[in-house]
Design a protein around this ligand. Structure first.
Ligand code: TRP
Length: 456
């Protein structure tokens, strides 16, 4: 397509793609998964999986995107047209649809908590039991959950409607630096508190006896989700790259920034949690149960609390827009709709689809699908099934069906390390599909056993 919009600058692209990657997965999920999996040893495994699984798939998605200059469906039509491989593209767009619908609910909570921390309604909650009670009441309130979910979706739609350069890129260039500044401020606040050293040790000193098969699987799954892989988000962002941009170089930056923010988020959270003698093993509620109690006990707590939830909101927003962009790119490229119409219609449908997820913590708490609330079902379906399957087929399709010889020229022509390209080719053909297959199998094993037990 001759008049396809392109990123305005290489840095703009890297910030936008890093914005997609850096999200609730880094600031909300990574700290609690680390906290529940023994700290530093988990971090160590996470780093390995970023390098051996995340980076090669990241490069593969960007290569497919730039090579075809299409949305995920169009891209697979081009490289494997007329075959069943096309479903990989559809699976990706559908994943974007599903993920955004529940991701936006959590995004909405961050807006609600910005409001709460400004009005002071969560100030002075000294213990986590009180804070978690407030959180439960808040997410159970159907009006507030839906209101903030709608507000979050509206923010994503507002940015995506303006397009690549004047919407996504422009906002990423403002929001991402702001995210870094806030993160640094929170780290300085955390590590200068008395008693914070214990938190740093927990985060840096590995205890390998805590590593189990499950923590390895969580690390692999987490790296995939955190890097926005497996559904064509990076194919879509890659499709707006110009011919001169260097993919290897950009991919390294995106992965580096995403990993850095996950690690920094740990430094922003664990030192304060330990300094306040609270538990790091709180699970998904870590941010919303423990953090208000942390801030309630610290000087200037309310100010830092507002900053913290603004940080979470920014992280969620720049990821939300990438999820929406995948769906919008598909509709505009394949169906020929205008961007405006695609954003308004698809955004509204996703908003509606998110409503049962928003109600999952209250009035629809008893409605379950295969034993999960609607929210958990959407989360599991996408993170455990759709993304690993998508990643597996992306690697297989590129490595075996289309052939790497047709795309390897997309990689930086002047790279001095020819062997780097060969290494990547080896990873995509053999290592990534193998790991993804094993991860997928292990992740669903329990679900299958449970299902079989029900049937028989
Ligand atoms: N990576 C984001 C996070 O860490 C979430 C996300 C955005 C995502 N786009 C995605 C996950 C595409 C998988 C696929 O929160």
């Amino acid at each position: 397509m001759a008049n396809r919009e392109h990123w305005g600058s290489k840095m703009g692209f890297v910030l936008a793609a890093a914005g997609s990657a850096i999200g609730l997965g880094n600031v909300w999920k990574f700290p609690y998964v680390t906290g529940s999996n023994g700290g530093a040893a988990f971090v160590f495994i996470y780093l390995i999986s970023v390098v051996i699984l995340g980076l090669p798939i990241m490069i593969a998605e960007l290569v497919i995107g730039r090579h075809t200059e299409k949305d995920p469906v169009g891209a697979f039509k081009q490289i494997a047209g007329g075959t069943t491989w096309e479903f990989v593209g559809y699976l990706g767009v559908l994943s974007g649809f599903f993920i955004l619908s529940f991701y936006s609910v959590v995004g909405g909570w961050t807006i609600g908590y910005i409001v709460k921390s400004i009005t002071g309604s969560i100030a002075g909650l000294h213990d986590t039991a009180q804070a978690s009670e407030i959180f439960k009441q808040y997410v159970a309130n159907p009006y507030l959950s839906i209101l903030y979910h709608v507000l979050f979706m509206a923010s994503c739609m507002y940015i995506v409607i303006k397009g690549i350069k004047n919407g996504i890129e422009k906002w990423s260039k403002i929001l991402m630096p702001l995210l870094f500044v806030i993160l640094i401020a929170l780290i300085v606040r955390g590590i200068t508190m008395e008693g914070s050293l214990e938190g740093i040790i927990f985060f840096l000193n590995p205890d390998f006896s805590k590593i189990t098969l499950n923590s390895i699987l969580s690390a692999l799954g987490q790296s995939f989700f955190s890097l926005s892989l497996g559904m064509g988000a990076m194919i879509t962002y890659g499709s707006y790259l110009s011919r001169e941009d260097k993919i290897l170089h950009s991919a390294l930056w995106i992965v580096l920034l995403d990993t850095l923010v996950a690690i920094l988020a740990g430094f922003a959270i664990f030192p304060s949690v330990f300094a306040m003698s609270l538990s790091p093993q709180e699970g998904p509620g870590l941010i919303f149960h423990v953090i208000p109690a942390v801030f309630a006990r610290m000087p200037l707590g309310q100010f830092f609390e507002v900053l913290f939830f603004v940080l979470l909101f920014i992280a969620a927003l720049t990821s939300g827009i990438s999820l929406l962009e995948v769906v919008v790119a598909y509709i505009t490229d394949e169906k020929g709709w205008s961007r405006r119409k695609a954003v308004l219609v698809m955004g509204s449908i996703i908003t509606l689809l998110g409503i049962p997820s928003a109600l999952s913590f209250g009035v629809m708490g008893n409605v379950t699908i295969l034993g999960n609330t609607f929210f958990d079902f959407m989360d599991k379906l996408t993170s455990n099934y759709m993304l690993p399957i998508g990643g597996f087929f992306i690697a297989i399709c590129l490595g075996w069906k289309y052939g790497l010889e047709n795309t390897i020229h997309e990689l930086d022509p002047d790279t001095r390390f020819i062997s780097l390209k060969e290494l990547w080719a080896f990873m995509i053909k053999f290592v990534s599909p193998f790991i993804l297959f094993v991860v997928f199998f292990m992740l669903i094993k329990d679900d299958i056993v449970a299902l079989l037990q029900k049937v028989f």
